[in-house]
Design a protein around this ligand. Sequence first.
Ligand code: ZN
Length: 260
Amino acid sequence: MGFWPDGYRCAVFLSFDYDASSAVMWRLPLDVVAQSRGRFAPKVAIPRILDMLDRQGVRATFFTPGWTVDNYPESVEEIISRGHEVAGHGYQHERMTEISAEAEESVFDRMMAALERVGVKPEGYRAPYWLVSDRTIRHLRRLGFRYSSNFMDDDMPYMLRYRGEETGLVELPVEWMLDDWPQFETNRRAPDDAYRLWKPEFEGIYELGRYFCLTCHPQAIGRISRLRMLERLIEEMKAKGDVWFATGREIADWTRKKLS
Ligand SMILES: [Zn+2]
């Protein structure tokens, strides 16, 4: 063990990508039913998720596109007022590797401006679709970000070197198997199927004293059967007594302190 704050054997990072309809508005501007799926997040899922997190007494990080902030500012303010972290996730969930350098720069600036309107100077960034390029890293440094949550090469956080250079960013790695989207949206698996994937991974991470990052999308995980599954998983993690539930900012700050 040894890595985590005193009394904790492993870390759990609960993260929610609050896309709402941002991506669909961009990709399918005429499909209003597809767009309505994203509205399930602000209307139903976010209040339900916030109540569940309160009930369990754990805090999370919401990677939120600027578009979501501009369209649902009260919802994002509620997330902040309930003690959670809001971090960057593009403006309209753009596929950054498919737009020009100029367009990407403007996306980053619009994202920052939207977050600033709700009083957030984001410390963390998760790329829409986890599409990261050399340009992304330059923007993160230019805008004073402190951590990235994009790479898939570890199950511990680490100081991010990129093309052989220190970036000064902490990386909080992710993994597709710990993402609800392929489980519930790409496929329509049962809550128990996701549980059977996630639970043994958590048990192994716990045993080894490492880091478990779950990526959820409010519009997917907020359906009641799925949220009940997530709450059961959180209850079982809490029952261990020495699991550190922390926001991205907290894990990044801790990692920086330990490793630099
Ligand atoms: Zn997203």
